[in-house]
Write a protein that binds this ligand. Structure first.
Ligand code: CTP
Length: 397
C-alpha cells in the first residue's frame, strides 16, 4: 500500500523513540522507503546505528554535515519526501515547529519543507496539558499539520493520561490514510460547529455552552474519509481540525453568510449551536451602568441556517443533516424538528446536565431519518463522528 512512498522520519528525543525502529520496519515492509533524521536528544534514546540498520539508509543528524550537503543539501532532503513524519514529536519539537525555529537539522527541515507533515506527539501528561503546548498544538493544526495520537495511558514516568505516543501500527495506519483515496474523495462537505456570539454592545455578548467538540470531530472524520471539508465555526473552545478549510464567524448572521458562500456542497452537517435570537439593536458603544436603572434587551429572531439550506429550491446539498439538542421527549421533539426544518437526517441527543454531554467527551445520539429513529450506544464524540461520516459516505455513494 505504501509501495514507492518516500517517508522522511524525524525522530525526536523522547522515551517513545524506542518505537522508531519498529515503525521503520513496518513502513519498509509495506514498500515505503524511510530516510531517518535523528535529533541530538533522540540519539540519547536510540542509536544512529540501530536506526540506519533498520532503515537501510544513513541517518541524518547534523545541520552542517559536509557529506550530506555535498550529496544532497538539507533543503532538498526536506523536499524529496512524499510525507514528513515526526515520531516522537516532543513538546520541544512542536514548540519549534509552531514558532518556526530552525536551530538544528530536524527543525530546519520542518521549516524548509513544503511536503505534508504528520506528527505523533509524545510527552509527559503535564507537558501535554500545559497551555504552551496546547497553544502550539492549535497553531500547528491551523498550519495544516496532521496528527496521530497521543493516546491516553500509563507513561514511562509513572503518570497516567494523554501523552503516550501512538503505537507504530497506528502511525502506519495514519500514514496509509494520508495516501489513500477515501469514500468521500471528490466530495465537498460543509460542517457548521461551535456556539455563536450575539453582541449586546462592543464588550458584551450572549453565548451558549457549546464547545464545538462534536462538530470538530465530524469535520475531522469527514476529512479522514477524503472529503474536502469547509468548516464554518463560531467561537469554539476546541481548536479546529487540521486539513480542512476553516471559516471563523461570530454571529448567526455571519454564519449564514459563510454557509451560503461555501455552497454548492454535496452534503452539509449543521452541528453548530446557533443562537435563536440576537439583541435587536446592539449598542455601538459600551452600555454604562447607571445606578438604579436596569437595561432592557429586546430580541430579534436569527435566521435559521439549517432550515434555509434545507428548503433551498435550487442548489440544495444532496444530504442535509441537522442536530437536535433536547432535554426532554428527545425523539418526539427531534422528529418534529426534522419535519419543520426539512432536513434529511437529524442527529438527536439529550443534553440534560446530568448526561454530561454538553462540554464532555462522550455523546449518546439517535439518528432520525426516513427509516425512523436509530439509537446509537453512548460513545466518544470521535466515534460518533466516525460513524456519522461513514453514513454520510454511504448516502453519497
Ligand atoms: N440551527 C441553525 N440555525 C439556527 C438555529 C439552529 O442552523 N438559527 C440548526 C442547528 O445547527 C441544529 C438544528 O438547527 O442543527 C437544531 O438546532 P436547535 O437549536 O436544537 O433547534 P431550534 O430550531 O433552535 O429549536 P429549539 O431551540 O426550540 O429546540
Amino acid at each position: 500500500m505504501l509501495a514507492g512512498k518516500r517517508i522522511l522520519l524525524i525522530i525526536g528525543g523522547g522515551v517513545a523513540a524506542f518505537k522508531a525502529p519498529d515503525l521503520i520496519r513496518r513502513l519498509r515492509e509495506r514498500g515505503a522507503s524511510v530516510t531517518p533524521v535523528l535529533t541530538a536528544a533522540g540519539a540519547e534514546f536510540v542509536t544512529p546505528l540501530t536506526i540506519s540498520a533498520v532503515a537501510g539508509e544513513r541517518v541524518h543528524n547534523a545541520l552542517f554535515d559536509l557529506t550530506t550537503e555535498a550529496e544532497m543539501g538539507h533543503i532538498q532532503l526536506s523536499r524529496s519526501a512524499d510525507l514528513v513524519v515526526v515520531a516522537p514529536a516532543t513538546a520541544d519539537l512542536m514548540a519549534k515547529m509552531a514558532q518556526g525555529l530552525a536551530n538544528d537539522l530536524a527543525s530546519t527541515l520542518l521549516l524548509a519543507t513544503d511536503t505534508p507533515v504528520l506528527i505523533a506527539p509524545a510527552m509527559n501528561v503535564r507537558m501535554w496539558d500545559h497551555p504552551a503546548t496546547q497553544r502550539n498544538l492549535a497553531t500547528l493544526k491551523s498550519d495544516g499539520i496532521a496528527m496521530v495520537g497521543p493516546n491516553e495511558g500509563s507513561m514511562a514516568c509513572g503518570e497516567y493520561g494523554p501523552g503516550r505516543m501512538s503505537e507504530p501500527l497506528e502511525i502506519v495506519a495514519a500514514i496509509e490514510a494520508h495516501f489513500t483515496a477515501g469514500p468521500l474523495t471528490g466530495k465537498r462537505v460543509l460542517v457548521t460547529s461551535g456556539p455563536t456570539h450575539e453582541p449586546i454592545d462592543p464588550v458584551r455578548y450572549i453565548a451558549n455552552r457549546s464547545s464545538g467538540a462534536q462538530g470538530t470531530a465530524i469535520a475531522r472524520a469527514l476529512a479522514a474519509l477524503g472529503a474536502e471539508v469547509v468548516f464554518v465555526t463560531g467561537p469554539a473552545s476546541v481548536p479546529p481540525p487540521s486539513g480542512v478549510q476553516v471559516v471563523k464567524v461570530e454571529t448567526a448572521k455571519e454564519m449564514l453568510e459563510a454557509v451560503q458562500a461555501a455552497l454548492p456542497v454535496d452534503a452539509a452537517v449543521f452541528a453548530a449551536a446557533v443562537a435563536d435570537w440576537r439583541v435587536a439593536s446592539a449598542s455601538g458603544s459600551k452600555i454604562k451602568k447607571v445606578k438604579g436603572a436596569l437595561p432592557t434587551l429586546e430580541f430579534a429572531e436569527n435566521p435559521d441556517i439549517l432550515a434555509t439550506v434545507s428548503q433551498m429550491q435550487t442548489g440544495r446539498p444532496g444530504l442535509v443533516v441537522g442536530f437536535a439538542a433536547e432535554t426532554d421527549d428527545v425523539v418526539a421533539h427531534a422528529t418534529a424538528k426534522r419535519q419543520r426544518k426539512g432536513c434529511d437526517w437529524i442527529v438527536a441527543n439529550d443534553v440534560s446536565p446530568a448526561t454530561g454531554i454538553m462540554g464532555g467527551t462522550e455523546n449518546a445520539v439517535i439518528l432520525i431519518s426516513d427509516d425512523g429513529a436509530e439509537e446509537w450506544p453512548r460513545m466518544g464524540k470521535d466515534a460518533v463522528a466516525a460513524r456519522l461520516a461513514e453514513r454520510v459516505a454511504g448516502a453519497l455513494a
